[in-house]
Structure formats: structure tokens, C-alpha cells
Design a protein around this ligand. Structure first.
Ligand SMILES: *[C@@H]1O[C@H](CO)[C@@H](O)[C@H](O)[C@H]1NC(C)=O
Ligand SMILES: *[C@@H]1O[C@H](CO)[C@@H](O)[C@H](O)[C@H]1NC(C)=O
Ligand SMILES: *[C@@H]1O[C@H](CO)[C@@H](O)[C@H](O)[C@H]1NC(C)=O
Ligand SMILES: *[C@@H]1O[C@H](CO)[C@@H](O)[C@H](O)[C@H]1NC(C)=O
Ligand SMILES: *[C@@H]1O[C@H](CO)[C@@H](O)[C@H](O)[C@H]1NC(C)=O
Ligand SMILES: *[C@@H]1O[C@H](CO)[C@@H](O)[C@H](O)[C@H]1NC(C)=O
Ligand SMILES: *[C@@H]1O[C@H](CO)[C@@H](O)[C@H](O)[C@H]1NC(C)=O
Ligand SMILES: *[C@@H]1O[C@H](CO)[C@@H](O)[C@H](O)[C@H]1NC(C)=O
Ligand SMILES: *[C@@H]1O[C@H](CO)[C@@H](O)[C@H](O)[C@H]1NC(C)=O
Ligand SMILES: *[C@@H]1O[C@H](CO)[C@@H](O)[C@H](O)[C@H]1NC(C)=O
Length: 626
């Protein structure tokens, strides 16, 4: 045999040995990964793998698997392209590194299992290669960020208890198929409107709000849309559809919209709509125009809110108190909008937009009076606050106060948008913040919920060790950024003007969050007798409590304050930190402890020992630079 052939044979032999070694090693790893899964049979894996040297597929649908996967061992299956474990009873949390650590992963189907916890992605610059992700019918409680899933074409998250829309939809430019049905979602649908390539959209069986169709992606690309069983509003729909139809003529699609309005409420009506797009290839005329078959009613019935001609007008709040707007003619009380001076609204518009200040429009029973939500003509979403405690302040003084307030402008303050004085009642208008307040995020929503009930005892330790830095919506970096933002806003109130503006009631429910989780302080400057509300030192104390809530995840009661002070005295800061923050590993623990030291400093019993907000801001910024 010629040496050359001998060499070639030898080479082939080596590569065969190498590839079989490779896959053997990989099968061993997979067996380890499935060690705590009953029903797993590694010989089935041999049948499913592809014939080259690396395992590229793990396809085990409906194999009666139960238990928990030890995800860490899959890290080295670096050529994995397809993972299908659908239709089993697998449990546990999927670690955050998983989604972005394979360079070849294309399809993941974990649907119809019992996976839980939140879906998080590591905060790094890696983009996930996944194109097809099916997590439907599980127990996931949260999806923090989708922006790294830039290659997604198909995303099915349906039948999970997500409760809030994931962030980062604007980055999913390739997405064609999105199913978020039955996810218990309550948010506004706007973030989805950026998905221009969607063909399939199922949002049914949630309590989503927003406007149909203006908050939706371009309807001319959609072939299937199911938005039944939601709380969408239906403003000017007819005009919108006609407008869209004229500007975006496309092909052979017949669209059928069936709507039924099941409420007399003007703004928050429950509308169930089925929009079924049927491609009608046989349409003879190849018309360039879409055909819309609309079964009415489409327009909201505005006349449902009847406004009596003359006042006084009396309104009852959720808690049973009443307030009276003593005006004869509701159009005589003007709404002054600071940024939109040309908008000519009156008290009558407010009555209509809140269905006569009905209980279903009431957002909260604030400390100063009820707060309502309204959409004013021109799609202006506002919160309207009735200031019961300034009833006795006269007209001119009130106007002066509101004008002064409108001059306080800072990115971390919620600015006063306008006001309306109706008799003795003073109403103030703010921009509506759909993300709600910090208290809700910290104490009500499953921000870092890890669904511990799903983690069986024997795998807990291992699971815990592979849960790496998580980018929870309310992970440490977000919470730190929120703390710095609040400190900025408060420092501005205290130090920017010629005399300090005391907030007087800084609590987490007064801190609203923008879409990007930037904090905006609300409810400031509305106290006439500011001497009653103490000085800036009291604000610093309140800030300390808010910071403590951010770090401990507990409500800032006196009990919590005392417990935290005690832990600090004993040098046991870590003990009181929010467990949800500690899941991300301990790299940031020292930052959290340093911040807790600042919180304790702010909560010093003696007001003179508390730092100024300027100093607090400096300290917090030094702890972590964003
Ligand atoms: C695993 O699967 C192979 C082939 O399908 C079968 O022969 C074997 O008995 C199975 N092993 C167990 C433990 O079920
Ligand atoms: C699945 O497991 C259950 C018991 O754990 C058994 O009764 C059932 O027959 C299994 N189904 C299949 C398809 O193997
Ligand atoms: C995974 O691969 C890395 C290097 O690529 C290696 O250091 C490590 O030992 C491997 N782990 C396992 C469990 O094989
Ligand atoms: C799971 O998803 C993959 C890819 O998304 C798909 O090919 C497969 O058919 C799905 N399995 C089931 C049982 O639906
Ligand atoms: C997700 O998987 C389920 C089966 O478990 C299937 O019914 C559903 O159609 C899949 N979704 C997509 C978008 O393929
Ligand atoms: C992300 O990319 C930026 C610049 O592109 C770089 O400065 C930064 O260190 C990267 N971060 C990580 C976690 O890789
Ligand atoms: C997502 O898109 C925004 C702009 O739309 C961009 O600033 C951001 O960097 C993107 N995020 C990722 C992870 O690509
Ligand atoms: C609607 O969602 C709830 C839970 O959010 C679920 O229990 C119910 O089965 C869903 N209904 C349908 C028709 O899918
Ligand atoms: C739309 O969604 C509802 C609720 O999830 C479901 O009952 C209904 O069958 C769906 N309609 C279509 C056409 O898919
Ligand atoms: C949606 O409508 C239902 C039925 O009226 C109501 O109970 C619920 O509070 C509304 N949800 C939201 C988020 O508006």
C-alpha cells in the first residue's frame, strides 16, 4: 500500500475513533443531566441522535418523563440544535445561562410540562440563536427580558401564569408567530405594536388593555388574530380601520371581525373580538383592497355617560365617601393643561372620560382623595387626583400652587400635566403610568419568584448552583438604578430651588415606574402647610425606608425597620437581604450590603444624624456605576 493511502486510512480511523468518543462523552453528559428524571432511557437517545460526531438533537416528546433536569451538564453539548421535551411532566427552573450559551440552538419545545419559575437571560451581550421557542402549558411565572432573543420567529408562551408582558419586544424584529393566550396578562398591549412581521397573533383569554386596532401591529401582515376575552377598548375603530385600509392596500385576504360589547362602560369595556383572517386564494378579482366584514357594534357608546345639564355634581368613591363639584355648568370649569395649552377640555370631558367618576374608573383611594384613570380625547391617558385636603384653599392660591408645581421638572419626578378647579374641588392631572408603582412590583408581583415548590428536595443544591446571575425585571441592577433615580428626584426637590420642597410622604406606592423601570416620584408639593410635614430630614428617613424595601423585599413597617437596624448593629446585613436578589450569585452582595448601610444611615433615629439627599445620591452612585 502506498504510504499516502496508509496515511489516509489512518486518518479516517482516527476521526472515527474521535467522533465516537465525542458522542459517547456527550451521551454520558446527557445521562447525567437526566439523572433525576425517571422514565429516561439513554438508548432512546441513540435512536434520536444524528449520525455525525456531535449530538445535535435531544428529542424526547411524550416519553412519560418526570423529575428535574440537571441543566448544568448540558452546557458542554455545544452543538445542540433541537431540544424537544414536550408533553412530559418535567419540573424545575430553567437557568438563565441556558438560553444564550449554545451557538447553534434553533428550536426548543418544553411545552406541556411543569416547568416553573421565571425565564431570565443573563445580562451580557450574547444574542440567543433560538428561532422557535415553545414554552406553552407550563407554570412559568415571569419572563423578564426578550431583547436577547433577536432571532426568534416563533414564540409560544401560552398557558403560563406570566401576569406581566415580557420586556424587549421591540428587539424581536423577525418574529412571525406569537402566542400569549391564557397568560393572565394585565398590561397595555402597546409594546407589541412594533412587531411588523407578525403573521399570527393570539392574545386571547387575558385581561389586556389598549386600543384596538391602533395599539396593534400592522394588520395587513396578520393572517390570524385572536383577541377574545380581553379588556381592549375600541376607540374610533371604524376610522382606524378605514384609514389603514386606504393606506395599506394588500392582497387577497378576507377578514372577518366579530365583536360583541358586553359592557356599558365607556372606557374600560370588556370587548370580545374574534378576528379571523382567512386567506381566500380563490378571490376572483384579485382586488388590491382588503375586504373587511365587520359585525357591529364597533364604536363605543359614548352617550352612555349622561351628564346632567346643571350641577352641583356629587360623586361617590369606592370607600363610600363623596365629593361634590359645586359648578352649575360643567363646561364652565376649564381643564388647564400645561404642556398642551391648545387643548380645550372642561370638567365635562373629565366626567365623560371617567364615566361620571365611576368606581370602575377609580385607580386608588389616595391619601388626599380618590384617583381616577381616564383617556381624554386625543388618546391622552391621565390619572386624575381629587385633592380633598385643599378644599378650603381659595382659587388664586390654588392656581399659584399648581403653576409653581408645574415648574418642578426632573426626569425622576412625575410632572403635573394639568388641573381643573370645579367649585371647591381641586383636581390635578398626571400622565398615566401603565407600569404601576414600585410597591406593587416589590410586594405583589412575582418579580423574582423562583417557584420553590417545583424544586424537589434532592436536586435543590444542584439547581441552585447553576442559577447564575439573573436579569430579573427587579434584579439587583434594576433595583439599584431605581434607588439612584429616586435619590436624584428627591435631591432635586430638596436642593435645586431657592428653598427646599419637602415631599412629606415618600412611600413605594408614590413611586411610579416607566416602561424602562425608571422611577418617577409622584404626590409631591401638594401640601399647603408644609410645616406640618416636617423637614427634608423626614424625607431622608422615608427614602431610607424605600431603599430598605428595595433591598429586603419586605414592606417598610416599623417591625422591619427595627429588624434591619438590629441586623446592621450585629453586622448581619446579608441575613435580611431579599432572597430573590441572592439567587443571582454573590458577586453583587457586597454592593447590596453597602446600600443597606446607606439605608440604615438614612433611617437614623435622630434627624440631625441623617445625611442629606445630595450625600445619599453620591454614596449610592459610588456603589455601582451604570
Ligand atoms: C431502553 O430502551 C431499549 C430500546 O428501546 C429497551 O430495549 C430497554 O429495555 C429500555 N430500558 C429500560 C430500562 O427501559
Ligand atoms: C406513564 O407512567 C405511568 C405510571 O407512572 C404508567 O401508568 C403509564 O402506562 C406510562 N405511560 C406510558 C406511555 O409509558
Ligand atoms: C466542559 O468543557 C470544558 C471545556 O470545554 C471542560 O473544561 C469541562 O471539564 C467540561 N465539563 C464536562 C462536565 O465535561
Ligand atoms: C415541539 O416544537 C418543535 C419545534 O418547535 C416541533 O418541531 C415539534 O413538533 C413540537 N413537538 C410537539 C409534540 O408539538
Ligand atoms: C407548542 O407545542 C404544542 C404541543 O405541546 C403545540 O400544540 C403547539 O402548536 C406548539 N406551538 C407552536 C407555535 O408550534
Ligand atoms: C458588552 O459590549 C460592550 C461594548 O460593545 C462592552 O463594553 C461590554 O463590556 C460588554 N459586556 C459584556 C458583559 O460582555
Ligand atoms: C433593543 O433595541 C433597542 C432599541 O430599540 C437597543 O437600544 C437595544 O440595545 C437592543 N437590545 C439588545 C439586547 O439588542
Ligand atoms: C383562560 O385562562 C385561564 C387561566 O388564566 C385558564 O384556567 C382557562 O382554562 C383559560 N381558558 C381557555 C379557554 O383557554
Ligand atoms: C380564540 O381564543 C378563545 C379563548 O382562548 C378560544 O376559545 C377560541 O377558540 C379561539 N378562537 C379561534 C378562532 O382560535
Ligand atoms: C377587565 O374586565 C373585568 C370584567 O369587567 C374586570 O373585572 C377587570 O377588573 C378588568 N381588568 C382590567 C385590568 O381592567
Amino acid at each position: 500500500m502506498k504510504p499516502f493511502y496508509r496515511f489516509l486510512i489512518l486518518l479516517t480511523f482516527f476521526s472515527i475513533v474521535e467522533s465516537s468518543c465525542n458522542s459517547k462523552h456527550q451521551i454520558l453528559l446527557i445521562s447525567k443531566a437526566f439523572k433525576f428524571v425517571s422514565g429516561f432511557n439513554s438508548s432512546t437517545l441513540f435512536q434520536t441522535r444524528i449520525s455525525n460526531s456531535h449530538i445535535t438533537k435531544i428529542v424526547l416528546p411524550s416519553k412519560n418523563l418526570t423529575g428535574t433536569i440537571s441543566w448544568g451538564y448540558l452546557k458542554n453539548i455545544s452543538n445542540l440544535q433541537i431540544l424537544d421535551l414536550s408533553g412530559n411532566s418535567l419540573q424545575g427552573h430553567v437557568p438563565s445561562w441556558f438560553w444564550s450559551s449554545f451557538s447553534s440552538l434553533l428550536e426548543i419545545n418544553l411545552s406541556r410540562n411543569k416547568f416553573g419559575g421565571s425565564i431570565t437571560i443573563e445580562l451580557n451581550n450574547k444574542t440567543s440563536t433560538i428561532q422557535n421557542l415553545n414554552l406553552s402549558h407550563n407554570r412559568f411565572t415571569n419572563v423578564a427580558q426578550l431583547s436577547s432573543f433577536q432571532n426568534l420567529k416563533i414564540l409560544d408562551l401560552s398557558h403560563n401564569n406570566l401576569r406581566a408582558l415580557p420586556l424587549g419586544f421591540q428587539n424581536l424584529t423577525k418574529l412571525q408567530h406569537l402566542d400569549l393566550s391564557s397568560c393572565n396578562l394585565k398590561d397595555n398591549i402597546k409594546p407589541i405594536s412594533s412587531l411588523h412581521n407578525l403573521h399570527y397573533l393570539d392574545l386571547s383569554n387575558n385581561t389586556l388593555t389598549g386600543n384596538f386596532p391602533s395599539d396593534f401591529p400592522p394588520l395587513h401582515n396578520l393572517k390570524f388574530l385572536n383577541i377574545s376575552q380581553n379588556n381592549f377598548t375600541y376607540h374610533n375603530t371604524k376610522q382606524n380601520i378605514i384609514h389603514r385600509k386606504q393606506t395599506k392596500p394588500t392582497s387577497k385576504t378576507l377578514i372577518l371581525i366579530v365583536c360583541s360589547v358586553s359592557s356599558t362602560v365607556f372606557v374600560i369595556a370588556i370587548i370580545s373580538i374574534w378576528v379571523i383572517f382567512i386567506i381566500n386564494k380563490k378571490m376572483k378579482q384579485r382586488s388590491k383592497m382588503k375586504k373587511w366584514a365587520i359585525s357591529l357594534p364597533v364604536m363605543m357608546n359614548k352617550t352612555n355617560t349622561k351628564v346632567e345639564k346643571t350641577g352641583p355634581f356629587e360623586f361617590e368613591t369606592e370607600s363610600g365617601t363623596t365629593w361634590v363639584a359645586d359648578v352649575k355648568e360643567p363646561t364652565s370649569a376649564a381643564v388647564v393643561m400645561f404642556e398642551k395649552p391648545l387643548m380645550n377640555f372642561t370638567f365635562k370631558d373629565l366626567i365623560i372620560a371617567t364615566s361620571h367618576f365611576g368606581k370602575e374608573s377609580q385607580l386608588a383611594e389616595g391619601r388626599c382623595g380618590p384617583v381616577y384613570w381616564a383617556v381624554l380625547p386625543g388618546e391622552i391617558h391621565v390619572a386624575i387626583k381629587v385633592l380633598e385636603h385643599v378644599r378650603d384653599v381659595d382659587y388664586d392660591d390654588s392656581v399659584a400652587m399648581f403653576v409653581d408645581l408645574s415648574k418642578l421638572k426632573h426626569p425622576n419626578l412625575l410632572p403635573l400635566s394639568g388641573y381643573c378647579i370645579a367649585g371647591k374641588e381641586k383636581l390635578v392631572l398626571y400622565e398615566f403610568m401603565a407600569n404601576g408603582d414600585l410597591g406593587r412590583w416589590l410586594h405583589e408581583l412575582p418579580t423574582g419568584d423562583t417557584n420553590i415548590e417545583d424544586w424537589t428536595g434532592d436536586t435543590w443544591e444542584f439547581q441552585n448552583s447553576v442559577v447564575e446571575s439573573s436579569s430579573e425585571k427587579m434584579g439587583w441592577l434594576t433595583r439599584h438604578r431605581i434607588a439612584v433615580g429616586i435619590a436624584r428626584g428627591l435631591a432635586y426637590l430638596h436642593h435645586a430651588g431657592s428653598k427646599p420642597v419637602v415631599h412629606g410622604h415618600l412611600v413605594t406606592s408614590n413611586i411610579l415606574l416607566t416602561d424602562n423601570f425608571e422611577p418617577r416620584i409622584s404626590d409631591f408639593g401638594l401640601r399647603i402647610h408644609s410645616s406640618l410635614n416636617g423637614g427634608t430630614e423626614d424625607d431622608v428617613f422615608c427614602f431610607g425606608v424605600v431603599l430598605m424595601e428595595l433591598l429586603t423585599g419586605r414592606i417598610g413597617t416599623m417591625t422591619t425597620i427595627i429588624a434591619v437596624r438590629k441586623a446592621a448593629r450585629e453586622g448581619q446585613h446579608v441575613r435580611v437581604l431579599d432572597e430573590r436578589l441572592l439567587l443571582g450569585g454573590d458577586s453583587a452582595v457586597s454592593e447590596m450590603v453597602e446600600s443597606l448601610v446607606v439605608a440604615v444611615l438614612c433611617m437614623a433615629e435622630s434627624p440631625s444624624k441623617r445625611p442629606t439627599m445630595q450625600q445619599v445620591l453620591g454614596l449610592l452612585k459610588d456603589i455601582h456605576t451604570h
